[in-house]
Design a protein around this ligand. Structure first.
Ligand code: C2E
Ligand code: MG
Ligand code: MG
Ligand code: MG
Length: 283
């Protein structure tokens, strides 16, 4: 008898939930378990200020240390986390973990260090990101200038007004906001005007072929000029060579990030870098 009921329940289930929804539901469960088992980890990639010749901040980049599959790239699982709804839980965890980390580093290695956290557009649509940020800052007794929020440009096009409101709330709190992957969207200049970001990060696809590629050189140079005129900070992503650094120094780009200086590092390795800097500046 019980078996019969079970069979019927199975049919009802099949009828109300299609395969895709079921898959996402299972996936969300798997993600939750992974979070519980502490399989997510933040790596940190320094941002170097070219004028000051020092690390002024770092970006938190999430990794999934899967017991069988090894380290899984966020490029693979963030889209799935977004689809399954898990991004809200993961996003809150990333924010809290990065803030805890920067609190520790500020106390030990210098009071002006800032951490940048990538926030998915899905988070802005489904929750009040500014309220969450405010809560976490209060919880940890942190000043707002220790945090920066990065929003990827390529997905700004939908839900612009919701995001614009959230950006303004974040800035009102004193948290910096930057446009990530600048140049990859369909309306980069419109966004620049609309979102009044504190910083823009030129996408690495424009940096990769510098300085040889004349078109890229012209675009990057013009974007730097534009940012300067608007009085916003400009960051070059994916800087891998000395020649690229020289080009960016000459054009007076504010900050650079990339393998030339450092790959994203585990927290203890990042702390070592900060320690070295702190020691050399206080000799
Ligand atoms: P992003 O925010 O644009 O981050 C830059 C990506 O470029 C990172 O990849 C970084 O490791 C990589 N990178 C840095 N320097 C270089 C370089 O010199 N050369 C090359 N070829 N690559 C470089 P990663 O860590 O795999 O992250 C990929 C994307 O996943 C990020 O792009 C971001 O959009 C997303 N992501 C990462 N962590 C989070 C997170 O906590 N939340 C959300 N929502 N998205 C995240
Ligand atoms: Mg980013
Ligand atoms: Mg980027
Ligand atoms: Mg990116």
């Amino acid at each position: 008898k019980a078996k019969e009921t079970g069979g019927n329940a199975g049919k009802v289930y099949e009828a109300t939930m299609d395969d895709k929804a079921y898959e996402l539901y299972m996936l969300r469960g798997e993600f939750r378990k992974a979070l519980e088992l502490q399989q997510f980890e933040l790596h940190y990639q320094p941002k170097i200020n070219l004028k000051k010749k020092r690390i002024t901040g770092m970006e938190a980049l999430v990794r999934w240390n899967h017991p069988e599959k090894g380290s899984i790239s966020p490029a693979t699982f963030i889209p799935l986390a977004e689809e399954s709804g898990f991004i809200l839980e993961l996003g809150a965890w990333v924010l809290r973990t990065a803030c805890r980390q920067v609190k520790e580093w500020r106390a030990a290695e210098g009071p002006d260090i800032r951490v940048a956290v990538n926030v998915s557009v899905k988070q802005f649509i489904k929750q009040d990101v500014a309220a969450l940020v405010q809560l976490i800052l209060q919880e940890l007794e942190l000043p707002p200038d220790c945090l920066e929020i990065e929003i990827t440009e390529s997905v700004l096009s939908s839900h612009e007004s919701v995001i614009q409101e959230a950006v303004e709330s974040l800035q009102k709190l004193g948290v910096k906001v930057s446009i990530d992957d600048f140049g990859t969207g369909y309306a980069s200049l419109t966004y620049l005007k609309q979102f009044r970001a504190d910083a823009i990060k030129i996408d690495q696809s424009f940096i990769r072929h510098l300085p040889q590629n004349q078109d890229d050189a012209a675009i990057v140079s013009a974007v730097i000029t534009l940012a300067k005129a608007l009085d916003i900070c400009i960051v070059a992503e994916g800087v891998e060579t000395k020649e690229q650094v020289d080009f960016l120094v000459e054009k007076e780009c504010t900050e650079v990030q990339g393998y030339y200086f450092s790959k994203p590092l585990q927290a203890d390795k990042m702390q070592e870098l900060l320690k070295q800097q702190f020691a050399s500046e206080n000799k």
